[in-house]
Design a protein around this ligand. Structure first.
Ligand code: NAP
Length: 365
């Protein structure tokens, strides 16, 4: 099979022939039709993200494809069926302490290395070996729409956070970092779940206006100034009532003060879910013990999403609650993998989707 391979951090991806993967017990092989390219893929490939990743590798976390061959333990999957491939691969030998990797992306901890070595290559390839439980049928789609369906991967991440925070219809949510890729998808997912209002924060006015125009009056855009108390006041005013939940998606470049501007706006009894990238000293939130205790506030982190979220997100799309038409797509063939990575870095945003189509040749917008 043909694949775009990362041989050294900082080197461009090179198109190579790799052996076709073979399914075994517990795995299936998928013909990759489309995979999303994230805005920070360039930073993973040049090494600046310091993601643990053994090279060489055909990178790419998950995607949309068709089942090519199943292992002997697959009970329902059929050859040719359209599926979503979930990149979050979990170990099966200690339910209390599962080790996880993102297939073709990073192994996170040394303990997870055996998983990374077995499910090594990702979706920047014509075929991919995937654990059986990581493959979810999405029903029939037009092959031309496979790129658009990669948005499922973008939507599932914030949906995992909204489920973790037990978001209910009729509630008011703040999405902190709503002008970003995952934050913007969080706005779409929350609207689909029936929220009363989403306060969408960001510094980029044009991106905020675009969110409000696209999603209508339930979205309340608030421009962040970087002055914590002012920003919190603006968030509370825009909510126009108690804030039930905060979903934070600020990246590693942001500060604790930017996170706290939203977190401390939550109502007594409210929930806060942290999904962003703050780290090091910037990641210390220094939350006040008494504020947490007296206000009965729940704060939790969330990484990715549970498996059962996948058919539910597919169901919301099928029901018309989430419109995949909201995304602006630019598609590249496998031979243009480096162009795709550069395009994704220059066009990160809530509605932009950069997609690699391994079976195609040439760019399309
Ligand atoms: N928990 C998980 O499972 C999970 C999964 C995937 C990604 N993530 C993390 O989620 C975070 C967001 O990812 P993304 O792809 O959505 O990022 P993104 O597209 O770059 O969005 C970043 C958002 O943060 C805002 N922002 C505020 N302060 C910023 C600053 N100082 N520098 C840059 N942006 C700033 C940006 O908008 P304005 O410029 O308008 O303020 C934008 O809304 C990342 O840290 C990523 O690692 C978490």
């Amino acid at each position: 099979m043909k694949a775009a391979v990362l041989t050294d951090f900082g080197a461009p991806l090179s198109i190579q022939a790799l052996p076709d993967p073979e399914p075994g017990p517990g795995s299936v092989v998928v013909d990759v039709a489309a995979t999303g390219v994230t805005g920070y893929a360039a930073n993973v490939f040049n090494g600046s993200r310091n993601y643990p990743l053994e090279l060489p590798v055909a990178p790419g976390p998950g995607g949309i494809g068709r089942v090519r061959a199943t292992g002997p333990d697959a009970t329902r999957l059929t050859v040719g069926e359209w599926v979503f491939c979930d990149p979050t691969v979990c170990s099966r030998d200690d339910a209390a302490r599962p080790d996880t990797i993102l297939q073709g992306w990073t192994y996170r901890t040394e303990a997870a290395l055996p998983l990374h070595r077995l499910y090594h290559h990702g979706s920047f390839a014509e075929q991919m070996l995937v654990p059986t439980e990581n493959v979810t049928p999405i029903g029939d789609i037009d092959a031309a729409d496979a790129g658009r369906w990669t948005a499922v991967g973008r939507l599932l991440v914030p949906y995992g956070g909204l489920l973790a925070g037990d978001l209910r219809a009729g509630e008011t949510l703040v999405v902190n970092g709503a002008t970003g890729g995952f934050g913007g998808a969080g706005v779409a997912a929350a609207l689909a779940m029936g929220v009363r209002a989403v306060v969408a924060t960001g510094r980029n006015v044009r991106a905020l206006e675009d969110l409000a125009r696209r999603f209508g009056p339930r979205v309340r855009p608030v421009q962040m100034t970087g002055v914590e108390a002012d920003d919190r006041r603006a968030i509370v005013e825009a909510a126009g009532g108690p804030i039930d939940m905060v979903l934070d998606f600020l990246p590693r470049e942001a500060t604790a003060s930017q996170v706290l501007a939203a977190v401390l706006a939550v109502r007594p009894g409210g929930r806060v879910v942290l999904m962003g990238g703050l780290r090091g000293a910037y990641g210390d939130l220094a939350l006040n013990y008494n504020w947490l205790m007296h206000n009965d506030v729940t704060i939790r982190g969330k990484w990715m999403y549970p498996r059962e979220a996948i058919p539910r997100m597919v169901g919301m799309i099928r029901a018309g609650l989430v419109d995949l038409g909201q995304f602006d797509l630019t598609e590249f063939g496998l031979d243009e993998a480096n162009e795709a990575v550069a395009h994704a870095a220059a066009n990160a945003g809530p509605r932009q989707l950069t997609v690699l189509r391994p079976e195609r040749v040439g760019r399309r917008s």
